[in-house]
Every structure is written in C-alpha cells, then in structure tokens.
Design a protein around this ligand. Structure first.
Ligand code: AHR
Length: 311
C-alpha cells in the first residue's frame, strides 16, 4: 500500500484486508461509549482489522497513537480529535507516509484540507442553534423565576473541542431572537457527568434564580440534575434543562420530566466510517464532508422513542 515517494498511494484491491488505526477521544460520556461500540462492531462486520486506542481526553496521547499507527503502516487512520487545533505536524507525517486520514465526529482547525480525506460527523453549530431556538420558542414560559429575564447557565464541553466551540456559537446566535435571554455563567464540565455536577454545584452557590441550564451534552446535564436535586430544587421544573446527544440515560431523564429538551447527536458513525475507509484505501474519491442525520426530542417524543433507543 505505501507508495514509493509520490503523492498517491498505491491502492488496495477490494479483496485485500484493510487495517485501520482508530484514535478515540476517551470514554468520557455515554455518547462516546456508543460511538466506540459502533466503530468496533462496524469494523468487524466490514472485515476491517481495527487497531483501537483511547486517548483519555488528552491530545498528546492521541498524537502518540497516530504516530504509532504510522509506524505500524496501517492502511488508513481515523480519529476524533480531542481539540480542534495543533494537528498539522502529525497529519503531515501521515500524509508523507501516504496513509489517508478520515476525521470522524470532530473537525480539526487547519488551513490545509489536504491533510485528511473526509470529515464524517454532525454539524455542531446547528445543534447549538436548535437548542437555542427551542428556548426562544418557550417565550416567557422559560422565565421560571418570573423576574422578567431568562437566566441561563452553560455547561460547556471540553475547552477547545469542536463541539464545545460550535454548540456555544450556535446557541448564542439563536438566543439573540429574545433579548430577555442572557448567559449568566459558563464553564467547562469536560463532557463528563462528574464535571457537570461539580460546575452546577458552584453555579447554584454563585448565581441566584437560574432559569435554564444549557449543557453541551447529556452527561453534564445528568450531573447537573444531581446537583439541582441536592440543592432541594426540581430539575425540569424549578430549573429547565436543555442538553445535546439523546443517549438512553438522557432520554430517560427527559421522559421523566427532569430534562426539558434534547437535541440529538448521532454516535453511530461506524458503518459510514468503514464505507469511507474502504473507498479511500481503494483510491476512490470520497466527499470531503459527510453529515449525519439528527433530530430533536421534547418530553412527549422521548416517551415514545425511549423503548427503541439502543444506546
Ligand atoms: O464530539 C461529540 C461529543 O463528545 C458528544 O456530544 C459528547 O457527549 C462527547 O463526549
């Protein structure tokens, strides 16, 4: 497979076996667990040998894994970047070794788009926008404390990660439609349940009359629920909660009335990723951007969808 110095790798025949190096972010959330399972199962089904590494949410670990995949001369590298910036050097190393790279789930912020073949995943700005639009639509019903303003606290994802940057941007854009909405405090909970709980505990101490929590994922929203309940308040009623992902635990809390709205982010990227990998390794053209289809859930929709939710 490895080319002899020219830019284009020799392509593999469809019958040749393919080895993929996959550098995962970590195991920080229910979404991530479902994503990992999807990638592992899809690789098996597609007959692709998977070398899997878990970066434990650290960019340096992910860079090490990518370098080791290059040394092992895998046929294709796929990864979901922990943060957006700082990838050019290692991606250039992969390019020089003629190993194609596919970004899954999260994008990199690089001017050189020849460093990867395709980016498969959600539009995080749209997800943030959908969350903000729902809040705008609630009008004064979102003013839980009846004080004339809608006070939001935001639980951000990992600092520097594409979903944290983009969801914030989308939400802030949408909320402009109602000048009563203001973000009173915003802090990272690192996409984890524990992080969401701790940040929410501190918000409940530092902020009076919080109307709404906007959590960048279900896990942080679930952590916030624990903090709200511990403070003697009712999540979903005394404080409204909007999250993103729609994993089973989030959907259960939504159906139980503890979350008010969830924007779906689809983790089941495995089958599409394997399809792209086969094409890329065979030297075929692939689209530069592959978007995943997603929906939204209110409490009634969650009740209907919950029993069929796989993850
Ligand atoms: O990149 C996708 C995000 O990462 C998911 O929303 C979150 O749960 C995960 O940790």
């Amino acid at each position: 497979l490895v080319g002899c110095g020219d830019d284009k790798p020799e392509s593999k025949a469809a019958s040749d076996s393919i080895t993929m190096g996959f550098a995962q972010v970590g195991a920080e959330s229910g979404w991530r667990t479902a994503n990992t399972k999807s990638v592992q199962e899809a690789a098996k089904t597609a007959g692709i040998e998977l070398k899997f590494s878990d970066a434990q949410q650290k960019q340096e670990n992910q860079i090490k894994s990518i370098r080791s995949f290059i040394q092992q001369k895998v046929d294709v590298i796929a990864f979901s970047p922990v943060v957006e910036t700082g990838w050019d050097t290692v991606l250039m190393e992969a390019k020089r070794a003629n190993i194609p790279v596919i970004l899954t789930d999260r994008a990199v912020d690089s001017k050189d788009t020849t460093l990867y073949k395709s980016f498969l995943g959600s539009d995080f700005v749209v997800e943030g926008k959908k969350a903000g639009e729902w809040l705008v639509k609630q009008g004064d019903a979102a003013d839980v404390n009846h004080d004339g303003s809608i006070k939001v606290v935001e639980l951000q994802g990992t600092t520097g990660a594409a979903p944290a940057i983009d969801r914030k941007e989308g939400f802030e854009e949408a909320m402009k439609a109602n000048p009563k909405i203001a973000i009173a405090a915003s802090q990272t909970g690192d996409f984890t349940r524990d992080g969401g709980k701790k940040v929410m505990e501190s918000f409940l101490k530092s902020q009076k009359d919080i109307d709404v929590v906007f959590a960048h994922n279900d896990d942080m929203g679930l952590g916030a629920i624990e903090a709200i309940e511990a403070a003697g308040l009712k999540p979903g009623k005394d404080v409204q909660i909007i999250t993103i992902d729609a994993v089973k635990d989030g959907m259960t809390a939504l159906a139980d009335g503890k979350i008010n709205y969830i924007v779906e982010c689809n983790p089941l990227l495995g089958p599409q990723l394997m399809g792209l990998a086969k094409k890329v390794v065979a030297g075929e053209e692939v689209p530069a951007r592959v978007l995943t289809e997603e929906t939204v859930f209110d409490q009634a929709a969650a009740k209907t969808a919950l029993s069929a939710r796989q993850y």
